[in-house]
Design a protein. Structure first.
Length: 296
């Protein structure tokens, strides 16, 4: 396997993943719609590419860390997409949260072009991506793993192999997003009730994070609320999308998801109220009659 690895999408997760690959000794080629982001990464060591096609031509493994299926389509098959430029036998690693049926179809499309594919959604947040300790939920053909496994291991602390064909990774990620979205919505509801009841929010946070009612999402996201910092690490609209995918998957088999449906409506309400691009903890802003903590 070549030392040249490409990464497309230098957002909160992608930037850290690119840094992890560089630390592991790979020559990392990057592309982002924000040219300045790619140039900044190249300034610290790396190669900035003007297009996905330029990146794909130089690399045997291409990692895509864009938002959704539509952006992945553009990366691969757009006017300067990388699919046509990648050498036969190269591997495309798809890290977005997408419909599993779409991911399975993408594997077939890429195989028809002589390319290998790994369905590889990610979890863990920006800090774990930067430290190389995130989780990857992967599935793909053995030949794809044979070429890309060192790349996956350089980016993640846990690389789960969930099947020998695309789709399994995306299914597990969607179930993870069900829990993540419901936990954030429940955490916001609990903090909002505490505020309405006149409980000191810092004291409530201290008690809950040391009690049985705690969750990783309560501990992480309600810290954002206490700091009155809604800078988007994962935006409200991410969970509008992801919980929508959860409901789509369940609807296909007529499976009821009452908690997911409610959480989805909460994020929809926050989005339409003007908080779409804020951190997903801003879902707490939908509750009336509460005074949220302010920045000091």
């Amino acid at each position: 396997m070549t030392a040249d690895v490409g990464l497309i999408g230098l957002g909160a997760m992608g930037k850290g993943m690119a840094q992890s690959l560089r630390r592991a000794g790979f020559r990392v080629h990057v592309h982002d719609v924000r040219a300045e982001a790619a140039q900044a990464f190249a300034g610290d060591g790396g190669v900035a590419c003007r297009s996905p096609a330029e990146l794909g031509a130089a690399c045997d493994v291409v990692v895509s860390v864009v938002v959704n299926a539509a952006q992945t389509e553009a990366v691969l098959f757009g006017p300067e997409g990388c699919a046509a430029a990648m050498k036969p036998g190269s591997v495309f690693v798809m890290c977005s949260t997408v419909d599993p049926v779409w991911s399975m179809a993408l594997e077939k499309r890429l195989n028809a072009l002589g390319l290998l594919y790994i369905d590889a959604p990610i979890s863990g947040g920006a800090a774990k991506a930067a430290s190389g300790e995130m989780t990857m939920m992967t599935s793909g053909a053995p030949a794809a793993y044979a070429r890309a496994e060192p790349v996956l291991n350089a980016m993640a602390g846990k690389v789960y192999k969930l099947g020998d064909a695309a789709g399994a990774g995306s299914k597990v990620k969607i179930i993870n997003q069900l829990l993540a979205g419901v936990h954030i919505a429940a955490a916001a509801e609990a903090m909002a009730l505490g505020l309405r009841a006149g409980v000191d929010p810092a004291a409530l946070y201290e008690v809950i994070t040391h009690s049985a009612g705690n969750s990783w999402m309560f501990e992480n996201r309600m810290a954002h609320v206490l700091a009155a910092d809604y800078t988007a690490l994962s935006a409200v609209d991410i969970f509008v999308k992801d919980l929508g995918l959860v409901l789509d998957m369940a609807r296909a088999s007529k499976f009821p998801l009452p908690l997911s449906s409610t959480a989805h409506q909460m994020f929809m309400q926050a989005s339409t109220a003007g908080f779409a691009a804020e951190d997903d903890s801003a879902v707490i802003k939908i509750f009336p009659g509460i005074e949220l903590p302010r920045k000091h």
